[in-house]
Structure formats: C-alpha cells, structure tokens
Design a protein around this ligand. Structure first.
Ligand code: ZN
Length: 91
C-alpha cells in the first residue's frame, strides 16, 4: 500500500504511484520519480518526505519534488538543498 502524507491535514491519503517508481535501485539505474513520474538517474534521487509505503519508508523522488516537499513542510528548500549539495561534495 502506498500513501501520501498531507502536511496540511497531517494525515495520510491513498496515493497512486507512477509505474517505475521505487524505494531503492542500483547506482546509475534509470527510475521514475514517485511524485511527478519523470525519468531520472537513481544517483540523483532523494527520499520522499511524503510518499511512503505501509512501513513508512520513503520512495525516490526527483530534486524538484523534494524541494516542493521541503517547502510544504515549512523549510527554506533552496537554502537546504544548497547545504545538502555542499555536504555531499565534502564527504
Ligand atoms: Zn519529481
């Protein structure tokens, strides 16, 4: 079962996952974003804060969808994503 967290109502809603969306894949593998359905490289994916399986594990989403999720949660998505990129470069 796939569900999407609604940050306004603070409840999960039933969600129809795009074909090709995954929880995990191999580096370099092409996957589909669980949010918008766009194809992209698994290496560039983020763990969704909203789209979860029944155990609460997040599906892979693209950078644009992840930024929207951060904004929905009240974060400064532009600032946070810049920090994440810096952190990845130095680790
Ligand atoms: Zn997306």
């Amino acid at each position: 079962m796939v569900q999407k967290y609604n940050p306004i109502t603070k409840e999960y809603e039933a969600y129809c996952l795009p074909d090709g969306a995954v929880l995990i894949a191999n580096n370099g593998e092409k996957i589909k974003c669980a949010g918008c359905g766009e194809e992209f490289n698994y290496d560039e994916s983020y763990t969704s804060r909203e789209i979860h399986n029944e155990f609460g594990l997040g599906y892979c989403v693209c950078r644009k969808c992840y930024a929207k999720e951060l904004t929905n949660a009240g974060f400064d998505s532009v600032g946070l994503l810049k920090d994440i990129v810096k952190w990845v470069k130095y680790t």
